[in-house]
Write a protein that binds this ligand. Structure first.
Ligand SMILES: Nc1ncnc2c1ncn2[C@@H]1O[C@H](COP(=O)(O)OP(=O)(O)OP(=O)(O)O)[C@@H](O)[C@H]1O
Ligand SMILES: [Mg+2]
Length: 316
């Protein structure tokens, strides 16, 4: 496994926020993570990269990536890992790039960290090759640009070039297309898939759009209010969701087959409970149409099929 996480718990200001997350990603695999805004997807990514903000702490039974024990990693291990074996692209490419520095300065920094053996002109040639790889036309001129001169799609391509400069084994893509229109979204997802196929890297793809996950991922885990509530192969989970929250997400997707034309879209009533709020029993209970007395007990992850990694945190 490239990434292996067992019983990861994250506290915010001393309060439990993410609860007992267990998951793994194999080499070359795409694991999709889906869930509403505020359910803690980005927080998990920050924990994996060792970038949790002040006041936020993580503990786990096991957390390893690219053969490194993340629970015992020192600052030197982290430096080697970030932008080496493991890289991340962020939700908003415009705010992830430094507005005061040219693309050249920022991209060369990634290239030279990954390839200390290259002199300046070889590093520049490598930067041009990377820009070409991510589909940026007139790469030479683009190197001179500042981030405000780029479109959102171009900025995200540059973020991807920086992330893959070191040939990572695992790329964490946190909503890489949320800020982009659908045409550019499709191009960026295709680019990520091409790079994954060429290099064999694994991808942890976070999105609140279940359609994106369905299109790109092999396996999916559904998050709700700081927990994983369902996981398994994409076809199985989206084709026949077991957890009422997953059912709600799938039903709320426009254009699902079986919906009569012009019918009203299904919605999940209410909103996500803040992740630090305590709830008796199942955290989805206040919004669940199937809730009964059994849901007042905390719901463990139940394995659904013994031969697969399919599980759901619901007694139904
Ligand atoms: N720096 C922080 N300090 C304290 N609490 C935070 C911080 N960042 C996030 N949180 C809390 O953690 C919750 C989950 O945040 P997170 O960014 O992980 O959600 P998300 O699932 O990535 O949402 P989105 O889909 O909007 O990106 C937030 O609702 C907020 O309450
Ligand atoms: Mg997020």
């Amino acid at each position: 496994m490239i990434l292996s996480v067992e019983d990861l718990c994250i506290d915010i200001a001393g309060k439990p926020a993410l609860r007992s997350l267990t998951f793994s990603v194999a080499a070359g695999e795409v694991l999709g993570v889906v869930g509403e805004s505020g359910c803690g997807k980005s927080m998990v990514n920050l924990a994996l990269m060792g970038l949790l903000p002040d006041g936020v702490t993580a503990s786990a039974l096991r957390m390893s990536a690219c053969g490194v024990d993340l629970l015992r990693a020192g600052s030197r291990d982290w430096r080697a890992l970030r932008g080496g074996g493991m890289a991340m692209i962020f939700q908003n490419p415009m705010s992830a790039l430094n507005p005061c520095l040219t693309v050249e300065r920022q991209l060369l920094e990634s290239v030279r960290r990954a390839r200390a053996d290259l002199d300046r002109s070889a590093a520049r040639a490598e930067a041009l090759r990377l820009l070409d790889r991510v589909g940026i036309a007139h790469a030479g001129a683009r190197l001179k640009s500042y981030p405000h001169e780029l479109s959102g799609g171009m900025a995200q391509r540059i973020m991807i070039a920086m992330a893959v400069a070191a040939g990572p084994q695992l790329l964490i893509a946190d909503e890489p297309t949320t800020a982009l229109d659908v045409t550019v979204q499709a191009q960026i997802l295709q680019l990520l898939e091409e790079i994954r196929r060429d290099t064999g890297m694994a991808l942890l793809l976070v999105s609140h759009d279940i359609g994106v996950i369905e299109q790109c991922a092999h396996r999916v885990q559904v998050m709700y209010s700081g927990q994983i509530v369902e996981s398994g192969a994409v076809d199985a989970v989206i084709g026949s969701p077991r957890h009422p929250y997953t059912r709600g997400l799938v039903a709320a997707q426009p254009g699902r087959s079986g919906m009569p034309p012009k019918s009203r879209l299904a919605t999940i009533e209410g909103s996500v409970i803040p992740i630090t709020e305590e709830v008796d029993g199942c955290r989805f209970r206040p919004r669940c149409v199937r809730a009964d007395h059994r849901c007042l007990q905390p719901q463990p992850m139940r394995q659904i099929e013994t031969h697969s990694q399919r599980g759901s945190r619901c007694h139904w």
